[in-house]
Design a protein around this ligand. Structure first.
Ligand code: AHM
Ligand code: MG
Length: 333
């Protein structure tokens, strides 16, 4: 029987690869793993426990109805980050403003985390996969002071680590610290994330495209041209691609990581900046895509090069297999 490598073993083995090998990032990743196990347990209970399933009855800063599990997951991650002593502040999709932790130990923390606690949450009540997305940066402000907005508004290329957790048919945690991408599957019998997908590489091409085609007539005509290319016998595969759209970014992205494919959420006339949020949805997945050999673009620029202007800034997002993203971008021009 081959030896099982747990996430914990793996992080410790790789600690020396981290740009600042003090053990802090190791502890943050461990905190994320613990919080995501708790969220995974709660997600698995949705539908069984009345007070978990259903709408919270409140609206978040984006004007979207919050689900109870969104709020539960948000609190769970914040609790893990606030008490660890490595993190001085966070920003999340569910909080209008960033949160600067006020305890003396947190103010000494060197890092900030930006995250979407439960992405694709409209899928909770219908038992479809959802996910958590996270992004970790070194703070810019002085250690010992409160975290600032400047700490949160850093370029994607400055991320120290990024990852996602997929609550799918199994629970998986996938992350990068800038030295490739590794995936871990939660073994519920021992409660550990175990290395299941070492050194993940996104295939250079594929035959799956994912977008909300209900929006096709309110997009740039180049997008329609690309979907027609995907559906045609004249494309690079000589046969129509498969359209697959889960409507859960993490799940669509993860499938494309494994099988090859492209995910597109462009700007539309009703959402002129696109829908997805730069800081805690696009940047972390862009780093993972690039680390796995894929590409991530806004249609005009590399996502990781953008200078963020606002916490909840939205951008158009084209991410996935290198050749497919390049083809889509060529038609947009
Ligand atoms: P959320 O963070 O409010 O869940 O929104 C993000 C989600 C993505 O997971 C998904 O890909 C997209 O929104 C679906 O949007 P649409 O329903 O417009 O296709
Ligand atoms: Mg989201």
């Amino acid at each position: 029987m081959s030896k099982v490598t747990t996430l914990n073993d793996f992080i410790l083995e790789r600690q020396a690869d981290f740009p600042f090998a003090t053990g802090e990032l190791t502890r943050i990743l461990n905190d994320i793993a613990i919080a995501s196990k708790i969220v995974s347990r709660d997600v698995r209970m949705a539908g069984l426990v009345d007070h978990i399933l259903g709408a919270q009855g409140e609206v978040n800063v984006q004007g979207e109805e919050q689900q109870k599990l969104d709020v539960i997951a948000d609190k769970q991650f914040i609790k893990a980050f606030e008490n660890g002593g490595e993190i001085c502040g966070i920003a999340s999709e569910e909080n209008d403003d960033f949160v600067a932790f006020t305890s003396e130990s947190a103010k000494k923390g060197n890092y900030v985390v930006l995250f979407d606690p439960l992405d694709g949450s409209s899928n909770i009540d219908v038992n479809v996969s959802i996910g958590t997305i996270f992004s970790i940066y070194r703070r810019i402000s002085n250690v010992g002071s409160l975290a600032t907005l400047e700490d949160m508004l850093q370029k994607g290329s400055d991320q120290i680590a990024a990852g996602y957790v997929l609550y799918g048919s199994s629970t998986m945690l996938v992350y990068t610290t800038g030295n490739g991408v590794n995936g871990f599957t939660l073994d519920p019998s021992i409660g550990e994330f175990c290395l299941s997908h070492p050194n993940m590489k996104m295939p250079e091409t594929g035959r799956i495209y994912a977008m909300n085609e209900g929006n096709i007539d309110i997009c740039n005509p180049g997008i329609k041209e690309y979907t027609q290319y995907c559906q045609s016998f004249e494309n690079d595969k000589g046969a129509p691609y498969s359209g697959r759209y889960i409507g859960s970014l993490v799940a669509d992205f993860h499938r494309n990581m494994i099988k090859g494919g492209i995910y597109i959420y462009p700007e539309t006339t009703t959402s002129p900046e696109g829908k997805l949020r730069l800081l805690y949805e696009c940047n972390p997945l862009a780093l993972i895509a690039e680390q796995a050999g894929g590409l991530a673009s806004t249609g005009k620029n590399r996502v990781l090069d953008l200078e963020p202007k606002r916490l909840h800034q939205r951008v158009p997002f084209f991410v996935g297999s290198k050749n497919m993203v390049e083809k889509a971008l060529s038609l947009l021009k």
